[in-house]
Write a protein of this length. Structure first.
Length: 153
């Protein structure tokens, strides 16, 4: 695919992210906070589950755009957005755990059916920049070990 394709995918992911921040984040406005206060835990769980899945979809798009992007400046911007989305995913996951009586394993089957999505949507891929950064650290560690072995041997 071309650069234009991944530029469009990046823009689409950012628009979806902005939509999530505006529409689905109940903590963004006072009226939304009041509305969430009147809902029971099941409705809150449904709300945050949907939010979690949508953030995962945005995360996947950003991650693929990051991996395929050639321009280093754009990659840095996408990486910042990816890190922000990962942080938000962790926050929403923590809210889901709290609403799920502190059980870490969350059943999102009903939400997947409502959104007409396959279960593989819930799989969280390891961001490729983690792998790249780790590869650099491993190379440096190997070089250090080689130098130490040369000095000792």
């Amino acid at each position: 695919m071309s650069n234009v394709t991944f530029d469009l995918q990046w823009k689409e992911a950012m628009v979806e992210l902005l939509d999530e921040l505006e529409l689905l984040d109940p903590m963004s406005s006072l009226t939304a906070q009041e509305m969430m206060a009147t809902q029971d835990n099941v409705e809150k769980f449904q709300h945050y589950s949907t939010m979690y899945i949508r953030y995962l979809q945005v995360f996947r798009k950003l991650e693929e755009s990051y991996d395929q992007m050639v321009h280093p400046q754009k990659r840095m911007d996408i990486k910042k957005a990816l890190e922000a989305v990962m942080g938000r995913l962790l926050e929403v996951k923590e809210l889901l755990i709290d609403l799920n009586k502190q059980v870490v394993f969350i059943n999102l089957d009903d939400v997947l059916v409502d959104l007409k999505l396959a279960p593989d949507v819930l799989e969280v891929p390891v961001p490729r920049f983690f792998i790249e950064d780790q590869a650099r650290a491993l190379e440096e560690r190997e070089k250090l070990l080689d130098v130490l072995l040369m000095q000792a041997g």
